[in-house]
Ligand binder design. Structure first.
Ligand code: SF4
Length: 350
């Protein structure tokens, strides 16, 4: 017998929840997987356009697995968290090579694919195959911790275990897909992080946080994310409609994306310091015809803050590219994937 919590949630789902998403009700595990990977760390409004583009270009896993890496990265451009994209390509190829193109239909097999964690495996296995696996993501942590008034930190092993068990206990074993969809939708549209709509919430009558008047105290986290600041000074070295770029290949952020000549420093340099940094990078001041510096740019990633500026350098005459870099036609840049930090500069310059 389902708990009061589960019954209320399912009733709300059938009566009132009309959240429209293109993948809702979808049974094709490939499409569900794609939507879940795109939506990790991405809002539904932004993710929907990407999802539609991916499905149009790669209607089945066969097409995605066969696509060149660079083409997939280009389509992913702007979504950030590029390891998701790398893992997605690897998972598609693994399904083609090891499973004859058939997406696995057991939780553990789904979980074994690159880039798939317990949440995504539970979502795919319940939505596509109606398996009784409860999802546990940020929305679910929030709803459960508020409703049951649980102040165990969600980022500890003990907390995760507790919430996992609780989520599993609440799951409707007969209709796991409907239950999972309902709790995720309630978290996204009613029990929102900053302004929960408690007056319209089907769970309000027995919600501990609502009764106590403190929904904002939940969920509890034990530690705050520490971000390190990195200073990226980019040189846009240009001549005759050509520009110096390279693909990032090291084990760092933005692997496989392209960038201009990068100098990483400890601070944003002033003018005299900038010139000596440029010379250290291998470009002599006598080679420079003109230089102009942008305003400061900033982007916050999960564990890093990137800040710096872009320096457009026009050379007097063509030279050999710096080691590791290559010349590229400026009007071909739009075919290559760049990190959002660089794209925001390029868009401003249009
Ligand atoms: S009553 Fe408020 S805090 Fe409780 S589950 Fe509903 S929206 Fe969240």
């Amino acid at each position: 017998m389902n708990s009061w919590f589960t019954r209320r949630l399912l009733k709300w789902n059938s009566d009132e929840n009309h959240r429209q998403m293109p993948w809702k009700g979808e049974k094709d595990p490939y499409k569900i997987w794609l939507s879940e990977i795109i939506l990790q760390q991405t809002r539904v409004e932004q993710g929907t356009a990407y999802y539609n583009r991916f499905i149009e270009r790669y209607p089945s896993i066969r097409f995605l697995a066969a696509a060149p890496d660079q083409e997939v990265f280009k389509l992913w451009e702007g979504l950030g968290y590029y390891s998701r994209c790398r893992n997605m390509i690897a998972a598609a190829r693994s399904v083609m090579q090891e499973r004859e193109g058939i997406f696995p239909d057991h939780y553990d097999d789904i979980l074994s694919l690159p880039g798939i964690g317990p949440y995504t495996a539970a979502a795919i296995s319940s939505f596509a195959f109606n398996l009784p696996n409860a999802v546990l993501d940020g929305n679910v942590f929030r709803v459960l911790s508020r409703f049951f008034g649980i102040d165990m930190p969600i980022d500890t092993d003990a907390g995760k275990k507790h919430f996992n068990e609780l989520a599993s206990e609440q799951l409707d074993r007969k209709y796991p897909a409907a239950y999972n969809q309902a709790i995720m939708d309630l978290g996204a549209t009613v029990c929102k992080p900053k302004n929960p709509l408690c007056e319209h919430c089907p769970l309000a009558d027995k919600c501990v946080a609502f009764i106590q008047g403190n929904p904002f105290d939940y969920p509890v986290k034990s530690k705050k994310i520490k971000r390190r600041t990195r200073f990226f000074i980019y040189l846009l070295v240009e001549i005759d409609q050509m520009i110096m770029i390279r693909e990032r290949t090291s084990k760092d952020i933005w692997k496989h994306l392209f960038e201009f000549v990068l100098i990483e420093t400890d601070s944003i340099p002033d003018e005299p310091d900038l010139m000596s940094l440029i010379e250290k990078s291998g470009i002599n001041r006598n080679e420079i015809l003109e230089i102009s510096t942008s305003a400061r740019f900033r982007q916050q990633l999960t564990h890093q803050e990137i800040t710096g500026n872009f320096n457009r350098i026009t050379l007097r005459k063509k030279r050999k590219p710096l080691p590791g870099y290559q010349w590229e036609k400026i009007n071909e840049l739009k075919k290559l994937p760049f990190p959002r930090y660089i794209l925001s500069y390029m868009e401003e310059k249009k």
